[in-house]
Design a binder for this molecule. Structure first.
Ligand code: SAH
Length: 229
């Protein structure tokens, strides 16, 4: 087994330790080359199960957390997925390995550019990086079977719930700007609307589940926290 494959299997062991049991998710963690998504000077730490800085004050998520979120999103091959918070692009590739088309939004153009470059080196079919405020979603490609938000917001943004397909899942850390955050899953009723976007849906109509305590960088935008820069 090449060295990087052995090291990736350490990340699989960690994800399993965190309670991830979905075989497809574990296989994805074992196959996506995380070392390609971290800054070169940190390549030696790419296989440690922790977050790492990727510039502009942002981080590539801890692999076990990426695995937990992917499992929580209950992805099936062919699912359409929206990721909010591209960061390094690593999470987008993990989601793509489990689903179908992935649109990923990043508010920082510099990070989006780097993520595009990292993804371009991979065998990536259907992943598109766009720049914008992900709290507004990406309506032109809605509805999505799953939406995964990789930054913590004060509440689920209404546009994201609206852009879920019936039965779709929004997986997102919710809480204060820097503490008391929980990973939440909101599931849109399977019967809501018919075709198209399914239309607006109130959060109270969705099933809300609190999955685990987490710590993420803040989600900045219209339905997130205020920018402090
Ligand atoms: N999934 C990433 C982790 C990203 S960290 C990875 O695997 O590397 C969270 C990212 O969310 C940061 O890059 C931050 O700039 C971005 N972000 C914060 N608020 C956002 C918003 N409203 N829309 C899009 N991206 C946002």
């Amino acid at each position: 087994m090449p060295r990087s494959a052995r090291q990736l299997s350490d990340l699989v062991t960690q994800a399993h330790r965190y309670g991830v049991r979905d075989e497809a998710v574990l296989a994805a963690i074992g196959s996506v080359p995380r070392q390609r998504f971290v800054p070169r000077r940190l390549a030696g730490a790419a296989f440690d199960d922790g977050p790492l800085p990727i510039g502009e004050g942002q981080t590539i998520s801890q692999p076990a957390m990426v695995a937990m979120m992917a499992e929580a999103a209950q992805l099936r091959p062919g699912d359409r997925v929206l990721e909010v918070g591209t960061g390094s692009g690593y999470g987008a590739l993990v989601l793509h390995a489990l689903a179908g088309r992935v649109v990923t939004i990043e508010r920082r153009p510099g990070l989006a550019e780097k993520a595009r470059a990292a993804l371009a080196g991979q065998e990536v079919g259907d992943v598109t990086v766009v720049v914008g405020d992900g709290t507004l979603g990406w309506p032109s490609e809605a509805p999505y079977d799953a939406i995964v938000v990789t930054a913590a917001g004060p509440a689920p943004p209404p546009p994201l719930l609206e852009q879920l397909a019936p039965g779709g899942r929004l997986v997102m850390p919710v809480g204060s700007r820097h503490h008391d955050q929980f990973l939440m899953r909101y599931t849109r009723p399977a019967s809501a609307g018919s075709g198209g976007n399914g239309g607006p849906v109130h959060v109270d109509e969705c099933r809300a589940e609190r999955l685990t305590a987490v710590r993420f960088v803040p989600l900045i935008g219209t339905y997130g926290f205020r920018s402090r820069q």
